[in-house]
Design a protein around this ligand. Structure first.
Ligand code: SF4
Length: 361
């Protein structure tokens, strides 16, 4: 069983961010959030131990220590966990303290730290609320000395004003901290965000952004090889939760804006804490069976390993027959490669994964 829990509180709102969160922490809202989680956890029939739990947000490390204590206790009393369960939490460096790091170490075994950049100028340019890169290293040290070994970093690239030299500097600062995992996403100007509204914003061209993607892959290859379009890690440290999601496994999401997939149906909770608390129903994504299969297939193609054909059958109960013609076209165009019983994206296929997705859907 794979679980996701969305913590919908942040300290402010970053100008580029399209994730749902309330822009301040409120203790009474937190209590109502926790009670509602408790109610939903109790109503959920968990037929197998939790293999992966991903606590995302929002800023899950924002609530004070006493709030996080009861949050973690709720998980412990609600679910059986597999002995080797991966328990991840997203962390904002500015919310970290020694006490919190120790509390985290008692429950999670994987931390994903949102750095975005080590350059105050670039952080300012994207309207990031956490603007002090010095806090990233400090948070790393607190988590390490509390005993957490598996700490990843999230970076963004193709930021306004960024060039290859600034990107290299960010990668050097990131690698210096010896993270076990790196996520590097290019900036996308999401509709409705404050950054997308800025008229005079100068972002790197698509060509420069592609060059940056290539550079990240080659620069980190020895230490943290790419295993998904935007993710890098040594084998044992790949994010098992995300691998499960990309490869069509079931996952169940709790909290506002959380998504779930039960193997057939996919649904999303309302992106509003009040709506979710009031029981506004989740929205189901109703699509034909063939489209669902194509969607599962294309998500797995985001990963470097792609799909073993028998694995696809095992997970979905279906063969790839309905997609054969499209797959052949993508092979002819050099975006997919078939080797024995494996189908995976080529290097160009990873770079132009959106073309693969468009062809398959
Ligand atoms: S801290 Fe993260 S979730 Fe919160 S507003 Fe910033 S980017 Fe969005």
């Amino acid at each position: 069983m794979n679980l996701y829990v969305h913590v919908p509180f942040c300290r402010g709102k970053c100008a580029y961010c399209a994730f749902y969160s309330e822009s301040r922490f409120d203790k009474s809202l937190w209590s109502r959030y926790l009670s509602e989680l408790e109610r939903r956890f109790a109503a959920f029939s968990c037929d197998e131990p939790v293999k992966t739990l991903y606590i995302g947000g929002g800023t899950p490390t924002l609530p004070p220590v006493d709030c996080l204590k009861s949050f973690f206790a709720l998980f412990r009393s609600s679910f059986p966990f597999a002995p080797d369960a991966e328990i991840s939490i997203e962390c904002n460096p500015e919310t970290m303290s020694r006490e919190k790091a120790e509390l985290l170490a008692g429950f999670v075994n994987r931390v994903s730290m949102g750095a975005q950049s080590f350059s105050p100028v670039l952080l300012e340019a994207i309207g990031r609320t956490s603007k002090d890169p010095g806090k990233i290293g400090a948070a790393f040290r607190m988590l390490r000395s509390a005993g957490i070994r598996n700490i990843g970093l999230d970076l963004m690239y193709a930021l306004p004003g960024e060039d290859m030299a600034l990107l290299k500097r960010d990668l050097d600062s990131a690698l210096e901290l010896e993270p076990t995992h790196l996520s590097a996403y290019s900036l996308t100007l999401e509709e409705g965000t404050a950054l997308a509204e800025r008229k005079s914003l100068q972002v790197p061209s698509d060509d420069l952004s592609a060059e940056m993607w290539e550079f990240i892959g080659s620069y980190t290859a020895e230490i943290l090889p790419r295993y998904e379009i935007s993710n890098y890690a040594k084998g044992d440290y790949e994010c098992r939760h995300n691998q499960a999601v990309w490869h069509g496994e079931r996952y169940f999401g709790f909290g506002p804006a959380a998504c779930s997939f039960d193997g057939v149906r996919r649904w999303t909770e309302p992106a509003s804490l009040n709506g979710w608390l009031a029981g506004v129903p989740a929205e189901e994504d109703l699509i034909p069976r063939e489209t669902r299969l194509a969607e599962i297939f294309m998500m797995g193609l985001r990963t470097v390993r792609g799909w073993r054909i028998p694995e696809f059958k095992e997970v979905t109960g279906n063969s790839l027959r309905c997609l054969e013609r499209k797959i052949a076209r993508l092979e002819e165009n050099g975006l997919l490669l078939r080797e024995g019983d494996v189908i995976r994206a080529t290097r160009n296929g990873l770079l132009f994964w959106n073309v693969i997705a468009e062809e398959l859907l």
